[in-house]
Design a protein around this ligand. Structure first.
Ligand code: ASP
Ligand code: MG
Length: 406
């Protein structure tokens, strides 16, 4: 017998039939002798609709009231799922975030969970009841309702699992796990049986949108075992676990990509101390995140070029900020290119193997794909390439690292 948190995402509670199917699954898992708590999202599309209503009412609005509206989608699904469970003989009770309570800070619309009391939920579970908990929402010290940012019900589920010391947190979604790369692009992509927290964090933040990045951080910090699986079939999913649980470590586990980057280059920047601090300081002040950065060593210590990437949606703003410091910094030209993509190979096995980056460069080179910027971390090598070659790059790398399905 295990203690489990089961989380159902938007498509898994997308209509009344899906909610009844979720109830049947909860019953099966409970009948097998497990003790379960359930976390749900709003019905798919519901939060978008709520969000739109708020924006249509007033484009600029009080985020506290945004949260009051946005959090209601989950109230509907907890009530319906509790009813569906009761209807098939499973004792169930709905829980709003404030009733548990899920305490958060007061960063409305992207609040962070501070702590969750697990004891009340556990008491109910011990009596055989299934708590059905609203994801995505919490409550501040002052008693106001908050939401955790889009996709936040994953984070609720992991946080609840940590609070009640669950053996595992199962995230039911519409894909059957985490793949070596995007299966819509690479037909030979394989479902991974296991992936480490660190790899998943890289995959999640690089655009494999299966789990909210914050939920993976939370799982890693609290050592919560997470499984990503489909609510549309009974196949086992992908386990996200500690490195120690993975006996045979792949050198490269996955290849991620992101098309929402833009490249910016400052040409003929004076090569003197403080220049980078000014440039990136101004961008930081404007709340623009910079990702990859390269600076050349100048030939004669007079001028250098600086190239970096920002989110594509931030690119116009970044250019404005940079124009405003042109005379202070003294660069000659400012170029930007939005047609770039970042492709990354990820794997904890890289720590102990040489030649991983070389194999990437060779695979791209043999296909005539030019590398514009390179960045690395302990478990990742990323390159920036022309967006047009994204699919070719993914397919070539997938083969080069032996990831293709048989
Ligand atoms: N309902 C929220 C959203 O659509 C939270 C979630 O589904 O995880 O973002
Ligand atoms: Mg989601």
């Amino acid at each position: 017998m295990a203690r489990l948190v089961l989380k159902f995402g938007g498509t898994s509670v997308g209509d009344v039939d899906r909610i009844k199917a979720a109830a049947q699954r909860v019953k099966r898992i409970r009948d097998a002798g497990n003790s379960v708590a359930v976390v749900v999202s709003a019905m798919s599309g519901a939060t978008n609709q709520l969000d739109k209503w708020v924006r249509d009412t007033a484009r600029i609005h009080d985020p506290r009231e945004y949260d009051v509206v946005a959090s209601t989608g989950e109230q509907v699904t907890i009530g319906l799922l509790a009813i569906a469970l009761q209807d098939i003989g499973v004792p169930a009770r709905s829980w709003m975030g404030w009733q548990i309570p899920v305490r958060t800070n007061d960063a409305h619309a992207s609040a962070r969970i501070l702590d969750i009391r697990g004891d009340t939920l556990l008491r109910h579970m011990e009596q055989g009841e299934v708590p059905v908990i609203a994801g995505f929402q919490g409550v501040t010290q002052a008693g106001r309702v908050t939401t955790l940012g889009r996709g936040g019900s994953d984070t609720t589920a992991v946080a609840i699992a940590a609070a009640i010391k669950a053996d595992r947190c199962d995230i039911y979604t519409d894909v059957d796990g985490v793949y070596t790369t995007d299966p819509r692009i690479v037909a030979k992509a394989r479902k991974l049986d296991k992936i480490t927290y660190e790899e998943m964090l890289e995959m999640a933040s690089l655009g494999a949108k299966v789990l909210q990045t914050r939920s993976v951080e939370m799982a890693m910090n609290h050592r919560v075992r997470v499984q990503v699986l489909s609510s549309f079939n009974d196949a086992p999913g992908t386990l996200v676990v500690d490195e120690d649980e993975i006996v045979e470590k792949e050198i490269v586990s996955g290849i991620a990509y992101s098309r929402d980057e833009a490249k910016i280059t400052l040409r003929k920047v004076p090569d003197r101390p403080g220049v980078a601090a000014t440039v990136f300081g101004k961008l930081a002040e404007a709340d623009i995140n910079v990702d990859m950065i390269v600076q050349n060593t100048s030939q004669d210590s007079t001028y250098t070029d600086i190239t970096f990437t920002v989110k594509r949606t931030d690119s116009d703003r970044a250019l404005m900020v940079l124009q405003s410091v042109k005379s202070a910094v003294g660069f000659a030209e400012l170029d930007s290119d939005p047609r770039v993509a970042k492709v990354s190979v990820i794997g904890v096995g890289m720590r102990s193997h040489a030649g991983v980056a070389q194999r990437m460069f060779a695979a791209l080179g043999s296909r005539g794909i030019n590398i514009q910027v390179i960045s690395t971390s302990e478990i990742k090598v990323s390159v920036l390439i022309d967006e047009e070659y994204t699919e070719l790059a993914l397919r070539s790398l997938h083969s080069a690292y032996g990831l293709d399905a048989a």
